[in-house]
Design a protein around this ligand. Structure first.
Ligand SMILES: C[S@@+](CC[C@H](N)C(=O)[O-])C[C@H]1O[C@@H](n2cnc3c(N)ncnc32)[C@H](O)[C@@H]1O
Length: 226
């Protein structure tokens, strides 16, 4: 199982039906997004964040994409003002370099791609952003969930017994579609990647992003410019 299958099945209903913004999202959008130019949103799901941005910023030209076609189908029924597209964040070659003034990578999309593709996603985000453009990220935060350390030890002992690699910060889903994932310790589970603050800070800086603000609750929010 992978995260495409998770979002096309167990998590589909929950993300196509949501509306409104979380407090941190509202704060960051109000502070950093301006009502001009082009904005891209990655992993838009049912379009929740882009729909709210479109309500507040009428002059922004918004492209919002998701790799699950059913999500985009649901989003398209809600607005024809936003350009909703089926795309994978690892490969945005339909867009030229430096196309967007703003980018939204909230709701932990970077934590949802396979560990080995994290750099591809961040490099593509950097490439399509204009110089001085602003990007809002949120990441799953390893220290933001207390249970991560014991869970990681248990999962990785089982992985080792199976002859698999120890991957401390790649953890299977605890809940799927609001229900406990009883196959948590099973083989071939979809995983999410839980970042350390210093780790993602170094990765972003190595790619070329300048970090402007960091906020933490149980998630890790980072605002960057190019
Ligand atoms: C947690 S949901 C958030 C949905 C929406 N942004 C919201 O906040 O309501 C994450 C979304 O990212 C999408 N996603 C995950 N990996 C992706 C990828 N590599 N490319 C595009 N979309 C992806 C999932 O299909 C899902 O819709």
């Amino acid at each position: 199982m992978d995260n495409h299958s998770v979002y096309a099945n167990e998590e589909l209903g929950s993300w196509t039906e949501r509306s409104g913004l979380l407090d941190q999202e509202a704060y960051l959008i109000k502070k950093y997004i301006q009502d001009h130019g082009r904005l891209i949103e990655a992993g838009t799901g049912g379009g929740r964040i882009s729909l709210e941005i479109n309500k507040a910023f009428k002059d922004l030209d918004i492209v919002a994409f998701d790799f699950v076609a059913e999500m985009i189908h649901a989003a398209k029924t809600k607005s024809d003002k936003i350009d909703f597209m089926v795309l994978d964040a690892t490969e945005l070659s339909v867009f030229q370099d430096a196309t967007f003034d703003h980018a939204i990578y909230l709701q932990q999309i970077v934590s949802l791609v396979p560990e080995e593709k994290i750099f591809d996603v961040l490099n593509e985000a950097y490439r399509v952003l204009k110089k001085d453009g602003v990007i809002l990220f949120s990441f799953l935060y390893y220290q933001g969930r207390k249970i991560n350390t014991p869970l990681s030890v248990m999962v990785n002992i089982i992985r080792t017994l199976r002859g698999q690699q120890w991957r401390r910060q790649s953890l299977p889903w605890l809940k799927l579609g609001g229900k406990i994932n009883w196959r948590f310790f099973g083989k071939g589970q979809a995983t999410t990647y839980w970042f350390e603050e210093e780790e993602i800070r170094k990765i972003l800086e190595r790619i070329g992003f300048k970090i402007v603000e960091i906020k933490k609750d149980n998630m890790l929010y980072m605002v960057c410019t190019k």
